[in-house]
Every structure is written in structure tokens, then in C-alpha cells.
Design a protein around this ligand. Sequence first.
Ligand code: SF4
Length: 878
Amino acid sequence: MTQASETRSTCAYCGVGCGVLLRPDGQGGLSVRGDPDHPANLGRLCSKGAALGETLGLDGRLLAPRVAGRDAGWDTALQLVADRFRATIAEHGPESVAFYVSGQMLTEDYYVANKLMKGFIGSANIDTNSRLCMSSSVAGHKRAFGTDTVPGTYEDLEAADLVVLVGSNLAWCHPVLYQRLAAAKAARPGLRVVTVDPRRTATSDLADLHLGIAPGGDVALFNVLLARLDADGATDRPWVDRHVAGYDAALAEALRGDAGEIGVPAGDLEAFLAMWSGTEKVVTVYSQGVNQSAAGSDKVNAILNCHLATGRIGRPGMGPLSVTGQPNAMGGREVGGMANMLASHLDLENPAHRATVRGFWNSGPIPEAPGLKAVEMFRALGDGRIKAIWIIGTNPAVSMPEADAVRAAIAGGAFVVVSDIVETTDTTRLAQVLLPATGWGEKDGTVTNSDRMISRQRGVLPAPGQARPDWAILAEVGRRMGFGAAFDYVSPAEIFREHAALSGLAARLGRDFDISGLTRIDDAAYDAMPPRRWPIAPGQDGGRFFAHGGFYTADRKARMLPLRHRAPVARITPDMPFRLNTGRVRDQWHTMTRTGRAARLSGHIAEPFLEIHPADADALGIAPATLVEVHNTHGRAVLRALLTDRVRRGEVFAPIHWTGETAPSGRIGALLPGAVDPVSGQPELKAAAVALRPFAARWYGFAVSSGALAPAAEYWARARSGTGLRAELAGRAEPADWLAEARALFGLSADIEAVSMAAPAKGLTRLAFVDRGRLVAALFIAPEPVALSRSFLAALPGSAVGAEVLAGRAGGSRIDPGPIVCACFDVGVNTILAAIESEALMTVDSIGEALQAGSNCGSCRPELKRLIAGARLREAAE
Ligand code: SF4
């Protein structure tokens, strides 16, 4: 139930697409809670969604258009964009310009961008950061089903008897789906869960079986499964005969057998095969671990082969389920917002489809061939083939593979326009024209989540400064380029109606995406529109697909494909002996431009890190918590060593979130090659080859400040804290004067009192700056990783403490909570461990009763489970 003054909207982050209820606090902020009526989350939120209200505010917002670094009016900026794009096209042709857009955009924004580029500029050079996220799933769906259809729904997770998670750390990346699955398993312990991942993740802790597969071993695994299904007689031959083509060829290739590439113990493999083969209701969930690969499309089809061979698709509790990373990756797919797609799931290469869209838009000729996909687009920018690019709502200078080369390409681009809500990102710093966009909480439109649910995002806050919605900016440029009436939109509702009408034409051409039932939705109904799963058309209302066949191919049959294992492109060699896997952490999102603003989200993990097996670390002389240099021919990073056997020997893992703004040597994209899947164009982001060596730091530092904190050290990582900023620092050369260094770091003049403690023989220096009895900043230096209580220190700036802060940890009556585990209630690890011990807590729920931790969003429950298990182990050993 909504309360008075609450507005329904949708979370800004992942593809789960949780509904939220928003209430303005009257001071420019919002209170946020889960919408109990939204079918995706039924009131739940994860830590990121729950902290959405803390990510607002004008600090760091881009508030006015800028040209060449100076504020400019909208008229000047938009005329310049229109003129330069028009002149570039006139001189070099439509292929010389490009848009690089984002799965963060709303469907209406995406629709206008795609229409402008493909219909009126006449180029297909529009691609999106969704290319990096799930384009292999699109390609796999299209190859198997004839169109990009997600057959099932989230409810299938609860209806299944076996859920297999492939390349999916659901607990951290799609936490509310994880919570739904965990709740279903708790209610029905017979529901079994298998995780397939080279790395043991927080999600694996829920699993009955974890298959620690070799990187890239997915096709081999599902080929072996297909052969086993056939041998067991678990396939549904009558269904296959009616609805599927390609079974024999796929099986023949599967029988060639490449089980040696899977890399899991025979007993575990057998357990998995028997479980999948013997369970009718099986759902295979997959995400970036499958998609982000040069063999991503084949991996997707290897999974789809098994579901098609058994007919386990489109019925309750059965089917493949691709979960997307971004909030509107699916909406982008629906409007054809990628270089190889046309609107409404129509095909760019199909003349009848092009003619239909051209007629509907009343546009010029639509390009007949795909445009440049993301990796190729930035290479073309770098070598001058692209002479004007407009980047909207994304940060490719960090997030792309070959990120250093991409950053150089953007910096050297002939004409670079960036629309964003944030003033300073690695990408906005390089723009010649900057356009301020409205952000989440301020704009209106729709998004589609991973199970085809279309939900409204609603604006409840006023647009700050001169910010405008992306659709309005794009439409105005379209008008100024001379495309007049085609871009005369006055509202997102009007765009949505046009999008819905086009989908009706697409359906008549035999496409799956059909929301024509909403073509006549009026403004008030659009305003009030509840979440709706497509298709939405006469006689159809959001059901599953394919239980009775009806695929979107010429003969209405699905296709099984013969597939062969392909190893990751980057070779492991004696010079590059480690396989670098990448991914996300629980409480951050993409390049942290939003989640990085919430102090409690940074309290979980405040610094980039490298997971490395203890035996590998030992062999390389890498001690726990020291810094390690990761390098290859593409770039270099310096990361904090986290020794853990959750990664296998020879493999390392690093998160993707840190940027030039937060940890300049933690930009993981700089290490990733631009090798792409030949079908989908998706880059291989989880299988770089790298070498490691200790970073020979002479000193390590930790700093907290209530004001400025501007590191110039060789290594630094900065995060927000509840009282200001905190940073990790390190260097290979020691400054001559730490006091002067600290004043520069904090921007403090000589009249701010400094108290210090130094032990030069031990290389220890500790400095605190106090102004009128309150701590302003403190710096702790040591020759080894600084051992002190970071969460305790981060809470001190601004409070009435003096020299006692130099002890670096709690004393007397002060309590040190330790690093934050539960972001919702700010509960640290020390508090939890103390409660486990003193109150003999044995379950996650009992921790919730004692401390509230884990009782709200549930994102920390896997970590709480691990803390209990660790405490019990220690007890047993005593
Ligand atoms: Fe947002 Fe979390 Fe829901 Fe994803 S799971 S949509 S990040 S609240």
C-alpha cells in the first residue's frame, strides 16, 4: 500500500527492476522504500536500492551546458551539436558520426536516439554499454528463437525444483532475485541450487553444489549435458520433432566430447548431470559470466540447446533466464538501440522490416547493414573514422576494455559531446560539449526489467539547474538538424505511444515484441500505468513464451546449434601466467558515480582489490593487504591483495568499479583486451591474461578528513565516509616532510594546529589536525599496510577528539564497529562478531533480532552466514 504523498517508481540500478516508493523529504532528498505491490520485488530492496535516497543532492551535479569547459546556454550548445553533426555528415557521410548510449536511459530516451540515428541521420552507428552486458544473450536468443525473447518469468525461480546459476553472482549483482530464491529454498528445501562459476562467490554459499568450472568451460559443460540428456532419454523427442530443428547436428557435436575443458572433479560433474537430467522443473539463470566472453553467444546457445532438447521452456518452473545488468537493457533492446538491431525487435538486414519502419517514421533510407559496435566504435574514434560522437549517460573512458586506448580516443576525438548528470567523470572531463541531463528521481518514462516487466520511472524532484531529460535534448538536436516534425515531442507519453504503435506493426511482421495494446494510452493512464509484462496486445497479456513452440523463425521451429568449446582469446603464457576475472561488489554500481555518493555503501568495501589464491601469493612474495601490480600489454593496475581460496590457483579476480576519480590505478578496464564475440560483438571482459608482481611500496598511509582530501600519492583510493572522506595511500618514494605533505593533502594552512607522533626508526608517522577542539583530518603512515581501525577513524572527523586519535583505534568508552557488513543498519563486523560470541547466536535471523543486521534488504545475509560459520569453526578449534 502506498502512503499519502508516496510515488511509485523503479530502482535506478540492476535489471531486476525493483519497484520503489518515493517520498520527497522537503529538503531536496527522498525517502525510499520497496514497493510491496511491485511483482519484481514485492517490497524488498537490496542495499543499493535502499540507499538511493542518499545518492541525490546537487554536490557534483552538472547543472548547465558547457562548451570548451565554460558554461554556455542551451541554445549555443545545442546549435553547436546540431551544426557540427550536420557539417560532419555533409563532408564525410553519415558513417562518420556515432552515438554511444546507455542501459541507464529510459525507453523513451532510447527510442528517440535510435530514431534520430537510424531513421534520419541514416547511419546504424548507435551502440550502447549494454553491448558490454548482455548482447551475447540477444544473439543467442535470436539464433535459437528467431527473435530476442526471454521466455520465462521471475516466478519460475520459485516454481522450479532445480535452479542452475551460470556465471551469475546473484547474491551481489541481482540481490533481490537472490533473496527470492533463498526464501523459496528456505520454504521448500527440496529446491536445489547449483552455481557454475570459476570463483566461489557469495551466491555459492546458498548452493547444494558448486561447480568451479574452468574459465570458458561453459560450452563444454552444456555439450556434455546435452549428450547425457540424450543418453538418459531425458529429451522430449515428440516435442523436439514438432518444434525444434537442428537436434541431430547439435548432438553430434556434443558427442565429440570436450569434457576435459570443463575443469571440475568427475564426482561433481556427475552430480550436476544427474540432477539436471532427472529434474523436470529446471531453470538455468545466466548473466555476465556467460555473456562477457568471446564465445558468449555459443555459451548462451549451449544452455538453450539443453532446454530445447527437453522441452523445458515456457512452462512454470522451467526455462532459461538471462538476467541483465542494467535497469533498462531490455528497453534498449525493444527500441533497437544497438548497432545491429531495428526498433521493435525488427531486423536491420530485412528489407520488409526496414520499409515498415521507414514508412512509419516517414524517414530517409534506413541503413541496410549493422553499424559499429562498441569496441569497434571507439577504435574508429581513435583512428579518425568517427569524427563526431555523442556519449549519453555512460563512462566509457573507464568501463570499456582497452580503457586507456578508449580514453585517448575520446580525448583526441574531433568532436565529442557528453550528456550526463555528473560534472566530473573520467569521460566528462574529455568532452568538448557537456549537456546536463535529468537523473533518476527527476525524470519520467519507462524501463523494462529482465522478465519483460515494463515499469514507470517517475520524476518527483524538480530538474536541477538547467538539466533536461535526454529525450528532450535529443529531440531538440533532431529539430535543429532539420528533421522537424519527426521530433516534435512534448512528453515521454507521446513517445511511448509511438513506440507502442510501431510494435503493433512489428507484430504483424511476425515479431514477439508487441505492446500495441498501449498505443492509445492517454497521458493520465500513462502517468498511472502499473507494471505490465509484455506482450500487451489484444488476446495477450504478459504470459510465458514457447511452451507450445511458436518460435519466431520462418518455419516456427527453434534452432539447436552445433557448438564447440573455444578457449578464451587471451592466452596464458609464462609471461602472462594468470587469468584475470572481473565483476562487481555488493554495494557499488558501475563506475560509482551514484553509489559512490552514499557513505554507508562505501563502508562495505572502500578500495579496489585483487583476489588471489594464498599459494600463488606466497609464490610471488605477495603478503596479505599489501599492494600488487597487475599488468599486461594493454595496461597496468595496482590493487590491494586479498588472499582467498575462493579463487582457483592461476586465477585472480578484481572488481570493475573504480575510476580515475576514485582510484586512478584501480581502473580494471585498462587491463582488458578488446577481443569480441564474432556473433554478438560483446567483449571478453572476464578472461584477460595478466602478470603480477608486488608493488614495492616504501610507505602505506590511511587518511580521514572532514574537508578536502586530494591525494598526489603514487597509489590512492578515496571514498566517502559519514564524516567526509577517507583514503588509502601508498608510494615507492617517501616525502621529505610528512607535515607539509599532510597539509597539502588536506588543503590546510599552517594555522591549523597539528599534533603528531613519530617513530622514525620504525617508519611510523601519525598526524592529526585539530581546529577549535574538533578533529579536521588525520594521516597515518607506516612501512607496512597500516593496521588500525578504519571505520572507527572514519567516524571521527568533526568530533571533539584530540591527540588520542593518534592511537588509531577505539579506546576507553569508544566502540569500534569494524567494516560495515549491514549497510542498511550500519552494523560493522566487530559488532556482529561480539554479538555472535556473547549471545551465542547461531542463525542469521538471531543476528537480525539482536542487531537488526540482515533484517531489511538481506544483501548481507550470505556474509552473516559466513561470520557465524567462521566463529563456530574457531570455537571448534579451541
Ligand atoms: Fe535495485 Fe537492488 Fe532491486 Fe537491483 S536488486 S533493482 S539494485 S533494489
